[in-house]
Ligand binder design. Structure first.
Ligand code: CP3
Length: 357
């Protein structure tokens, strides 16, 4: 058996002749490939010394809103760890600013004022992302220039329900009574707000695809707080709206939901290409219940804080369980944590690359 703890010197493993982009897109189309592509949510971030150096000179907002810097931060982990896809460095919350909300990061996000009264619903008028969020498109163009045509680029936005939670003042995944209070008391206004966010988000993702994003992911991080029945009311219709629009434009899409186990039946009837699974469920058994069948996930990011050997062991067990599975992209079950040793990110990528299916 190959020694997975000692594969540093094998170089960039190419077990087949596909480019990274071809490999990524083949899996998104549900084709079996000899090698598994790997990327990680939050692959650029504070766990990297290179990122912390940039952060000493620039605030998070400055990085995101200056295309050359955002592009540079996007590319660094891809080249450093040999990842198979780039995700544009940005955040899900910039969409709220053109509605007239002030957004600050310390580094957790805060939105002012928070959404609590009925009359605030009047602020939500559709706007053109090209007029207000073009820095994201420009960063994609710059990053593609630096990475070349063979690396797939991932665009993203927040899902309407998750953006709504932040608007209502959910912080550090606490305070879910706030969006409930608004939804239950101002139901019609909530629907209008979610619809406007959906329309803007669809245009925003199309803009990212026009700039060069090959795949776009919707982050519905907080949808797992909803019951299965509530998900059908407060999240799914808006995700469907965006995904149907993307499908009409031929843009491949995926969704990430944290704590999604109780939502799998609902998710199963949705039309995105792929689903990004959090770490709590077993990938292979979820695949049997889920249509779309293309899966991403689901190494527990907390395990990445431990010794490399344990990380490699769990990575191999996930790969083994998905060995014959057509349409699988390795990822974590949530973002890379700031305390993660970079060697563990490297070890995961090398293990995935060295694994011949
Ligand atoms: O994945 C990537 O590498 C691309 C960049 C990316 C960021 N945020 C950078 C970021 C992506 C895809 C996001 C999405 C995002 N942002 C989500 C959905 C995914 C998830 O994590 O559930 C959410 C909920 C947000 C909102 C947000 N932005 C939070 C809660 C925080 C604070 C958390 C933290 O790590 O401090 C941010 C700030 C943020 N977004 C940072 C980064 C790298 C930290 C900023 C810094 O300190 O430099």
């Amino acid at each position: 058996m190959r020694d997975y703890n000692n594969i540093q010197n094998e170089g960039l493993s190419r077990v087949d002749s596909m480019s990274k982009k071809e490999l990524f897109l083949a899996n998104l189309e549900g084709r079996w490939t000899a090698r598994t592509p790997v990327w990680m949510m939050r692959q650029a971030g504070r766990y990297m010394q290179e990122y912390r150096n940039v952060r000493q000179r620039h605030s998070f907002e400055e990085i995101c809103k200056t295309p050359e810097i955002a592009a540079d931060v996007t590319c660094t982990p891809v080249t450093l760890f040999d990842l198979d896809a780039a995700i544009i460095f940005s955040d899900i919350l910039f969409v709220v600013e053109p509605f007239g909300f002030k957004l600050t990061y310390e580094p957790g996000p805060a939105i002012d004022p928070s959404l609590s009264s009925r009359d605030q619903a009047g602020r939500f008028r559709p706007y053109d992302p090209v007029d207000h969020l073009s820095f994201v498109g420009d960063a994609i163009v710059d990053a593609k220039r630096c990475l070349g045509p063979d690396i797939p680029m991932i665009g993203f936005c927040g899902a309407p329900f998750t953006i709504f939670c932040f608007l209502c003042g959910v912080q550090a995944a606490r305070g879910f009574f706030k969006p409930y209070k608004y939804m239950m008391n101002y139901t019609e206004e909530t629907r209008e707000i979610l619809q406007v966010i959906s329309e803007v988000s669809l245009e925003y993702l199309k803009m990212q695809a026009d700039a060069g994003a090959d795949y776009v992911q919707l982050f519905d991080t907080f949808a797992g707080e909803l019951s299965a029945e509530e998900f059908e009311i407060w999240s799914k219709p808006y995700l469907d709206y965006i995904i149907n629009g993307l499908n009409e434009s031929g843009i491949p899409s995926g969704i990430f939901i944290r704590n999604s186990n109780h939502l799998i039946d609902s998710i199963s009837s949705m039309n995105m290409n792929s689903f990004c699974v959090d770490w709590k469920g077993d990938l292979r058994s979820i695949s049997n219940r889920l249509n779309p069948k293309i899966l991403q996930g689901n190494l527990n990011p907390n395990l990445m804080l431990g010794p490399k050997e344990k990380v490699i062991d769990k990575t191999l067990r996930i790969l083994e369980s998905m060995r014959d599975y057509p349409g699988y992209i390795f990822n974590l079950g949530h973002g890379v944590l700031p305390d993660t040793p970079p060697e563990n990110v490297r070890a995961v990528v090398q293990t995935v690359h060295a694994f011949e299916r």
